[in-house]
Design a protein around this ligand. Structure first.
Ligand code: V47
Ligand code: SF4
Length: 367
């Protein structure tokens, strides 16, 4: 049993709670953000991750499909959005999408992740057809698709209630929902960085309804821009409360604001120290969400490897150069792809056990 003596009594009290498996409060979370050293956060977060996941570190074989970057919204942090007919905009046809899936299917992927801009013309039936045709290629491929922001638009465009829309999409073959679109659940900050789009309440409502309809999901938090630590703790707390109610979240993915080619570039980017601290406090605070993911195409391979000592137990997947969201925002990997062997080596060299999973964490192979 670890025992921590610390000159700061408050830190000692919080550490005691974490090590004995007790929940920390919002005030504790804020105290950790403001006062805890990185070494201590690593010890505490690793303690929580080992209790939940042992040394297992998960990855999967997946591709991303971004059907369009045409978007009715204009989030200030977004580098890849374009308006219809603007230079650099794209719309993939259904045939192009299905061809990508066919090729990836030959490489034994288990997941197709679909996220894109909010296209003004495409409705639920349009996306439903694509999903059901993907399932015809391989019914076992898990389809994790559409952020709450895209869902809200396509469901309303087709004239359904949220519950009806989610039910229809599930019938077409939607298996789960990715975590995007959450940004930061604070109305003032949201107004400044993504004024027009889906509110925090709508994001929460969509995920609550999805969970109740038997559709699991992920959650994200966009950090490292104009938000403060209080905003981050409130965001984590909102997710923890919803998870207490539904148990529908699989994974929490902190998303680091990347500065290239968007209208918030002047803010710069936070340090790797801040990234590690944020992973660790997320792991400690979210005692009821089983997995914390470092999304390597965003954070880079080196920081992903380091993050494993700060509570992270999932690194996403092979990707196979199928996403542009982060390369357009300045991520170091301009053509993100990793082989299974590279992922395994990254995990094992950090001292953890590599485990291939499917999207809902059934184990496929242990290394
Ligand atoms: O909602 C856009 C973010 C999200 C930037 O569920 C940016 O497994 C940082 O949610 N800097 C979409 N972030 C991506 C996403 C995701 C990615 C990987 C895995 C999963 C999952 C979900 O990307 C958006 C937005 O928060 N984003 N631009 C930027 N410049
Ligand atoms: Fe559109 Fe999503 Fe970019 Fe916002 S983050 S502008 S909703 S593509």
């Amino acid at each position: 049993m670890i025992q921590l003596k610390h000159t700061d009594k408050k830190i000692e009290e919080i550490a005691e709670k974490v090590i004995t498996g007790n929940r920390i409060t919002k005030e504790d979370g804020l105290y950790l953000y403001n006062n805890a050293e990185l070494g201590l956060l690593s010890v505490l977060a690793d303690n929580v991750r080992r209790r939940i996941n042992g040394t297992n570190t998960y990855f999967n074989k997946n591709i991303h499909i971004e059907p369009t970057n045409i978007c009715i919204y204009s989030c200030d942090f977004c580098s890849y959005k374009r308006k219809m007919n603007e230079e650099g905009s794209w719309e993939s046809s259904k045939e192009e999408i299905l061809e990508k899936v066919k090729q990836a299917n030959e490489k034994n992927i288990t997941e197709v992740h679909i996220v894109g801009g909010v296209h003004p013309k495409w409705n639920l039936e349009y996306f439903g057809d694509i999903i059901s045709d993907i399932k015809k290629i391989n019914n076992n491929i898990h389809i994790k698709a559409f952020t709450a922001v895209e869902l809200e638009h396509m469901i309303k465009k087709s004239g359904y209630s949220i519950d009806q829309g989610l039910k229809k999409l599930k019938e077409y073959g939607l298996d789960s929902i990715p975590g995007g679109g959450a940004e930061i659940f604070d109305n003032e900050v949201r107004e400044k960085i993504c004024d027009q789009k889906t509110t925090s309440d709508m994001w929460i409502d969509m995920h609550r309804r999805a969970h109740k309809a038997g559709i699991p999901s992920n959650a994200t938090m966009l950090y490292g821009h104009i938000e403060n630590y209080n905003n981050r703790v409130n965001h984590l707390n909102t997710l923890r409360e919803l998870q207490d109610e539904t148990s529908g979240f699989n994974t929490f993915i902190p998303l680091k604001y990347k500065k290239a080619n968007n209208s918030m570039s002047h803010l710069g980017e936070v340090s790797v120290i801040e990234d590690l601290k944020n992973y660790a406090i997320s792991r400690i605070f979210l005692d009821n969400i089983p997995h914390i993911k470092a999304y390597w195409p965003m954070i880079g391979k080196n920081t992903t490897q380091l993050s494993l000592a700060f509570g992270v137990d999932d690194v996403d997947g092979t990707i196979d150069d199928s996403t542009k969201i982060y390369s357009m925002a300045g991520a170091e990997d301009q053509n993100p792809k990793m082989t299974t062997n590279q992922l395994i080596e990254m995990i094992q060299k950090a001292g953890y056990k590599a485990v291939e999973r499917d999207t809902i964490y059934n184990i496929i192979k242990e290394y």
